[in-house]
Every structure is written in C-alpha cells, then in structure tokens.
Design a protein around this ligand. Structure first.
Ligand SMILES: Cc1ncc(COP(=O)(O)O)c(C=O)c1O
Length: 413
C-alpha cells in the first residue's frame, strides 16, 4: 500500500486539523484514538464559533432576528443529517447528546411500551455497554428474555442471526461496526429476519456513520443512532433516527420545555416531530457544528474515507501479524470487511502499560475493556489496547505505531 494509492489527499486533509501539529512527550503526535473521539477540523470549529460570534440566541421561541437565524441554522442541521444517512426528512432526525442517549430514548420510549414478558430482546455478544445496559433494564422491568447473537472472532454470521431471532423476538439491537474488532455486522440481514417476525430493529451506528457510507433504505432498520464526536463533530452531539410512524406513536424519554405543543396544569400535548424528542434548550452550536462535520465528510466521500482506513488497517495488520509477541484480536487482514480498528495485546504487558508506553513515543491509543466487558470475558482477556485510524492518518503513522511497540516488548518480553 502506498500513500499515493489513497483515494484521499491526506496531506491536504491534515491541514484542516491543526491539533495534529502538536507534540506529545516531545514527540510529534500520532493520534490513533479515533474510535473514542475524532479530531475536529477547522470548518467545524468555525461553524461553532460563528454561531457564538454571530447569532448566539435560543431557538424555536424567539421573535428577534438572531433567534430566527439560529433556528433556521439549527433546523437545517437536521436536514443535513437526514440527507447524510438517507432518512426521509428532518421529522425522522432528533438530536441527542450522544449514542447512549439515543439508545436510551428507544429502549425506554419504545421498548418499555412494547416489550412484554414472554418476549425476547436480541443483541450481539459484542454490544457496547451503551447498547447493552439500557436493554438489560428493559428486560428486567418487563420480564423479557435477553438473547445474544454469537460472535466468532468479531464476525456475526447469518446462521448465528437465525439461531437467535424467533417468533418471540420483539426488539433487536445490534452494533453496526464493532468498536473492538472493526468488523461489520450484516445489519441488512438482521433487519430482514427481525421484520419477518414482527420485531423492531435498532442499529448502533457509533462506529459506522463516521466511517462507512450509511444508507438507511439499504439497511432497513427502524432506529439508527450515532455520536457527533466520533464523526468530526463537537462533543455532546448525537443523532437518533426513527421511522416517522414509530416516532409518531413513541413516547418521549425526557419531558419539559420545547418538546410540547400545549400545556395545561394536569396534562400536555407534544410538539411535532422531531422536536418532541428534544426537551429543553438544545445544543444549538453543537447541532450546527455536527451538520458542518457531516458536510465535510460528505465532500470527501465516505467511500473514500472507508477505503483509506481499510488500507491503513490492512497495512498495519500485515505488519503486526508477523510478530509473535503481538496478539491481534478479530479476523486476520484480508478477511471480510474490517474498518479501522485494531485491538491487540503485547507480550505480557497489561493494556494500560502498553498504551502508556506508546504515549511516551507520541502514539495515542486506548486501553481497557472498551465498554464491552462481557466481550472481554468471552475473549478471555481483561482488556486490550486499541489503535483506530481515521481519514487524516498516514502510512508513516502506521509505521510509527508498529515500531513504537518495540518499546513495550523491551520492557515486557
Ligand atoms: C459501538 C459504540 N456504541 C456506542 C458508543 C457510545 O458512544 P457515546 O459515548 O458517544 O454515547 C460507542 C463509543 O465508544 C461505541 O463505540
């Protein structure tokens, strides 16, 4: 693989991310913690600051010009998101503070109302805690059974899906791209099987929306959630997509101002979609910044972003796979579709020590259970280190990462 072969002009892209110029421990930064939070390009920072500089007002309820301008920008941001994931319009897009809030809104707004004792709720064995724990709550409160689609080395097969979903399945909630393995769940198949038995499907797109083209018409799910801060957007932003007819009938999860149409002392009616799911003053600057981030990604082309990450990942995996002192989890390079995430352990080192030593070489990675403790138990490890690539990473940085592992091996081998 060569840089020239990348479908992205990475050097040009990098100029939009001034933070890449900083040093860490006297070394130039190699940022490989993108699956946790991506860096923010200048156009997004500009969009957020322009809101504060030019129209710093509350939305929806103002008669003055600044409030109207802010409202227009904020509402338009919903259109941008709808377009980005192929939703039918802004009515199907509610802004949240992150993926976690999106899952909770579905689990408590739809799940508690529609799941009953005798039903089952199907998840994969590699759910992030933010998808697992809310559904555990629904199961405990309704008496429904929790079931798990088996995962083999990060791979979900159609057969495993068939084994988990049956006539009693009411809800299916699956991670689209694993934050531990970078593997891709066959969500189209999951949605088809779930709909065959009348179940509803939520897809956790936290790791897919920023990295692969998402078209909801192709996926066919009922709900889709993701976070802005992993997709070049501001922290505290996220998206809940729901099919219009489901959102119409679904109860909000949070109540208060902005989400109502009329309030009396004893009762209230809800605002139109999507505002009934956005209680209180929203994160206006964040929403505007998120839309700018998705436009930025769209301009580069998600196919190109994905291809770039896949090449870097394959390249790094090929280098690591020859190393007997590095254990890489998930399918080998060249096996199926794998996004830019590599989980690994080095010799006898604890993952925290590995990531700490990598940091001393300027390489930022994550260590721990990655909010997937049951999966770590299944893998038989307490934790892993994780390197995750994004659109601004280079082949030279992949080399720096692989070579920095020598420091870990020197200490722990
Ligand atoms: C697959 C997956 N789902 C959900 C989340 C939760 O995202 P947030 O913390 O932004 O709610 C993450 C974050 O790491 C993730 O990787």
């Amino acid at each position: 693989m060569s840089l020239e072969a990348s479908p992205l002009n990475v050097e040009e892209v990098r100029e939009d991310f001034p933070v890449l110029q900083r040093e860490v421990q006297d070394e130039s930064l190699v940022y490989l913690d993108n699956a946790a939070t991506s860096l923010t390009p200048e156009p997004v920072v500009d969009a957020v600051t322009s809101y504060y500089r030019e129209m710093n007002a509350n939305v929806h309820r103002g008669m003055h010009s600044m409030s109207q301008e802010a409202s227009e920008e904020y509402e338009r941001a919903h259109d941008v998101v709808a377009e980005f994931i192929g939703a039918d319009g802004r009515e199907e897009i509610a802004f949240t503070s992150n993926t976690t809030e999106g899952v909770n809104t579905v689990a408590f707004g739809w799940g508690l109302e529609n799941v009953e004792e005798g039903d089952n709720i199907v998840l994969t064995q590699m759910e992030h805690h933010s998808s697992l724990v809310p559904w555990q709550q629904v199961a405990q409160r309704t008496g429904a059974e929790l079931r798990f689609i088996g995962v083999d080395d990060g791979v979900v097969t159609e057969r495993a899906v068939d084994e988990a979903i049956d006539e009693d399945t009411a809800a299916v909630s699956v991670v689209h791209v694993s934050n531990v393995f970078g593997t891709v769940t066959p969500v189209e198949y999951v949605a088809e099987k779930a709909h065959d038995v009348g179940a509803r499907v939520l897809v956790d797109g936290a790791q897919s929306a920023p990295n692969v083209p998402v078209d909801l018409d192709d996926i066919g799910c009922d709900f889709f959630v993701f976070s802005g801060h992993k997709a070049l957007g501001p922290t505290g932003t996220g998206v809940l997509y729901g099919r219009r007819e489901l959102l119409e009938e679904m109860q909000p999860y949070e109540f208060g101002g902005e989400m109502i149409s009329r309030v009396e002392y004893e009762s209230a009616d809800w605002a139109d979609l999507p505002w009934k799911f956005e209680a209180g003053t929203p994160n206006v600057a964040g929403g505007i910044g998120l839309a700018r981030a998705l436009e930025y990604l769209d301009d580069l082309g998600l196919e190109n972003v994905h291809e770039h990450e896949c090449r870097l990942t394959r390249y790094a995996l090929e280098r690591l796979e020859d190393d007997p002192e590095v254990e890489v989890y998930g399918p080998p390079s060249g096996h199926g579709d794998r996004c830019g995430v590599i989980s690994f352990n080095v010799a006898d080192a604890h993952s925290h020590d590995t990531s700490d030593l990598l940091n001393s070489e300027g390489v930022a990675t994550r260590s721990g259970h990655h909010c997937a403790q049951p999966l770590m138990d299944l893998m038989g490890v307490p934790s892993t280190s994780r390197a995750s690539f994004y659109l601004y990473n280079t082949r030279e940085e992949a080399d720096r990462f692989v070579e920095a592992l020598d420091v870990v091996k020197e200490v722990f081998a």
